[in-house]
Design a protein around this ligand. Sequence first.
Ligand code: NCD
Length: 315
Amino acid sequence: MRHLLSIADVSKAEAISILDTANELARVSDGAVKKLPTLRGRTIVNLFAEDSTRTRISFEAAAKRLSADVINFSAKGSSVSKGESLKDTAMTLQAMGADAVVIRHFASGAAQRLADSQWMSGSVVNAGDGTHEHPSQALLDAFTIRKHLGLGKSDLEGLSIAIVGDVLHSRVARSNVLLLSKLGAKVVLVAPPTLLPVGVESWPVSISYDLDSVIPFVDVVMMLRVQQERMTEMYFPNAREYSRYFGLNSDRMKSMKSGAIVMHPGPMNRGLEISAEVADSSRSVITEQVTNGVSVRMAILYVLLTGGSLEAGGN
Ligand code: NCD
């Protein structure tokens, strides 16, 4: 693997190898000394042309724990906001000797475009492109699910997972649908018809418009943020109606299976798609997703930049 652009390009074996490597690397993150010398002397550029808190600091922590040099390049204050083309940016990154570029961009396909350009020889990691994909988020979500519910199995065979809410605008949903189904889970999307994309019938999922009928049967309820900043039309009557039908509150949580977990990629709209009580409940693994994100991103950088993987039992 040279780039991580889309889960569509990642095989089941490659995904499992990244998750296993992350597992080994998590042991480093749990220790007192959190650093490995693996990527010493390598340069990783975080190119963020769209707002991000978690993903940016998570990639930065991951690169630093592997001893890489990190350059943070945010669009505000850079020439990207002055309209510099991706090609010119790529040439600049190449001139700086970047071994990998972690890119977040408002345009779907930006990471692919950077990887396809002849102007940069390093690896490209897609940290979220428009409404298209967010592969590292899907990998950290799969890692978190496997940790809680994998029962020692390497894949997610036999698990049922609901992805609930604003699927239309969610790159997290797209990457998760591809990855979780590749790993053997059954995925059901729950959303109002207005928040499902055209062509969703061809995705490897089932679809429901009724959250209450789905909740008692799934092992994971993954809530999505209502992405108001990407909404150009009225997709639902008002916030109260949305919460009433598609929000996860304590009442609904009561009908979840024992052992089932609640996830959210963040940032949350507390009170809209998820209530504060649910977000802070013992079923919620939301802060653990953030913790696991660092180990999974270490694994991604490790695999892309060293070409190797760390399997259980290795060092
Ligand atoms: C997501 C994103 O940016 O796509 N957040 C994240 O990376 N943790 C989801 C979102 O913004 O709703």
